[in-house]
Write a protein of this length. Structure first.
Length: 575
């Protein structure tokens, strides 16, 4: 199965692939032919002076120059189009992996660092593209060159050919030994690189926290520890590569000397001629070069296959959340939501147990309770960011597992506490809510979110670049842009996940006004930390570790002197 997958990436480029193989074959034939032409000239033309021989020498010399030009052009073709093919295959694989990663549920990203995934998308696939390009062409070119040279040399001198062949198993033995060692070293190198990428991403993204807690020295020490481990791995890589390279290099250097010594003895014994020895020496490189290329190719193979295994490993992770075999397309949604005996476990920890609740279309409901109780988790189950273990979640009477995922999420808008802004312009960040929206719709969405006024005060208005993760904006400004996104998306169900909890009082009032405007005529779920923000909710669900503790309006819950009233008074005193 893995081999089939590896080969499948050649399929779209089989014309280029066959063309480069043909060009490689042409290069090999020309390479093997030139020493034979030189041998013919020295054996048959140099011994007899005549005008005819001189003309033939010029003719053969011109013919060899034409062959060299053809060989040059064929080499250029192989090198250029081979790399083009490799780059396109790398693109195809990276896009497939990128898409596959985005199909994974939230739990996948909880368990895999983005730095490690980035390493698999870039470094690993680059090594693979080199293998895809060089592997087949070099194998064909140099195996044929090796076999062809052996056949030709065996006709010249079987004794010298046997001397050459004696060294081949030595080369192969050295290669086999070191490749086994290097495979594990390369694998460790890639894994360590992935870990460092993950650390660097976390450290750079958390630079403000690092500075706030004056932990620069601690971060540096941790980076040094990672680098020390990587250097130790690199030492092992370089040690084995150096031994491998020098052992084979020394053998390649010694081989012509051995051939010259033994060949000289055979000349004295009238076993071969000087021309035969000269031809033999010319062909030695056609024996040693393929072995050296094979050695290089095995290194490339190990690196490439190590990268492919890591690539394939991710592809084999079947998305835990996927479409039904015959999913229902949602064209019109009213917004009725119902949880029926819902149980959800995460990492073998029971988060939600036998939950039942109903939210009617257009209702404004709130979830409140202590931190870590599972309020955000409940909201995350509606768009199927996680899948439940038991029970049913229905929208308009249809089980969400029977709905087409894209269609389901299209009708749900989410405003979170931690707003993610993409590097780029203000307009692009709002447009993320609906990539097909025009400028007029984007501006209208910004106005609805109380964002238009502050946007117009920015240096370039809607075309202002906001920096990485919106670094140039305040928390309240980022929150209003995220609300504008949802206005532009225009979903029937909206979820506010503690959307104002990290804002100052003035920003909270502005954002709260935007949220109330967004919630009109939509089914709205608010997960609230500040209970004063949900006083107007149609219904409030109060959660404790035992499940739903109380249900009612703000006034009903306050008058019941229960759990909610206690929480409300405590938070009011704190605020």
């Amino acid at each position: 199965m893995k081999i089939k997958k590896f080969i499948s990436y050649y399929r779209p480029y089989k014309k280029i692939f066959v063309s480069t193989l043909f060009a490689s074959l042409l290069v090999t034939i020309i390479t093997l032919s030139i020493p034979l032409i030189i041998k013919y000239m020295t054996d048959n033309l140099l011994n007899h002076f005549s005008q005819e021989n001189i003309s033939l020498i010029y003719l053969l010399g011109g013919f060899m120059m034409v062959l060299i030009i053809i060989q040059f052009l064929a080499h250029i073709f192989v090198d250029y189009y081979g790399h083009v093919m490799g780059n396109r295959m790398e693109k195809d694989m990276s896009e497939e992996l990128f898409h596959h990663i985005h199909q994974q549920p939230h739990a996948f990203f909880d368990n895999n660092s983005s730095g490690n995934l980035l390493s698999r998308l870039t470094h690993d696939l680059y090594n693979l593209s080199e293998l895809y390009h060089h592997g087949p062409e070099d194998l064909l070119m140099y195996i044929l060159r090796f076999v062809g040279a052996i056949i030709i040399l065996s006709f010249i001198s079987m004794k010298l050919t046997l001397v050459l062949l004696f060294f081949v198993p030595i080369f192969l033995g050295i290669t086999w030994y070191f490749q086994r060692k290097l495979y594990h070293v390369y694998k460790n190198d890639k894994e360590m690189t992935g870990e460092i990428n993950g650390f660097l991403e976390n450290s750079l993204n958390g630079s403000r926290v690092t500075k706030a807690f004056t932990n620069e020295k601690s971060e540096l020490e941790q980076y040094k520890r990672y680098n020390k481990r990587l250097i130790d791995i690199k030492k092992s890589v370089h040690k084995n590569e150096a031994l491998y390279s020098e052992l084979t290099g020394s053998l390649v250097q010694a081989l012509p000397i051995i051939i010259i010594v033994i060949g000289s003895v055979l000349i004295l014994q009238n076993d071969i001629t000087i021309t035969d020895l000269l031809t033999f020496i010319l062909y030695i490189t056609y024996i040693t070069t393929p072995i050296q290329v094979f050695i290089k190719l095995t290194v490339q193979y190990r690196e490439g296959i190590s990268g492919f295994n890591r690539f394939y490993e991710i592809l084999q992770i079947d998305p835990a959340i996927k479409n039904h075999s015959n999913p229902q397309q949602l064209k019109h949604v009213h917004g009725n939501i119902e949880f029926k005996n819902v149980t959800f476990c995460y990492s073998e920890t029971n988060i939600i147990n036998d939950l039942n609740l109903t939210i009617n279309a257009g209702e404004y409901v709130a979830f409140v309770g202590p931190s870590g109780i599972g309020k955000s988790t409940i909201a995350s189950l509606i768009p199927r960011f996680y899948d439940i273990q038991n029970g049913q979640i229905q929208i308009d009477g249809i089980d969400i597992k029977d709905m087409e995922l894209t269609a389901l999420r299209k009708h749900i808008g989410i405003v979170q506490q931690d707003v993610y802004m993409y590097s780029g312009k203000v307009i692009d960040n709002i447009k993320y809510g609906n990539p097909n929206a025009d400028k007029k719709s984007i501006i209208e969405a910004a106005k609805q979110a109380n964002a238009h006024d502050f946007i117009m005060k920015l240096p370039n208005g809607y075309d202002t670049v906001i920096g990485e993760k919106g670094a140039k904006l305040s928390g309240g400004q980022k929150q209003r842009l995220s609300i504008a996104r949802v206005f532009l998306k225009n979903p029937k169900i909206v979820i506010f996940d503690e959307a104002t909890s990290s804002l100052d009082n003035r920003s909270e009032r502005i954002v709260q006004n935007s949220l109330e405007r967004l919630s009109k005529n939509r089914t709205t779920i608010v997960i609230a930390h500040r209970l004063s923000t949900i006083r107007n909710a149609d219904r409030i669900y109060v959660f404790s570790h035992q499940g739903i503790e109380e249900i009612g309006t703000h006034e009903e819950l306050m008058s019941s002197y229960g759990y909610y009233r206690k929480m409300y008074l405590e938070t009011s005193n704190v605020n």
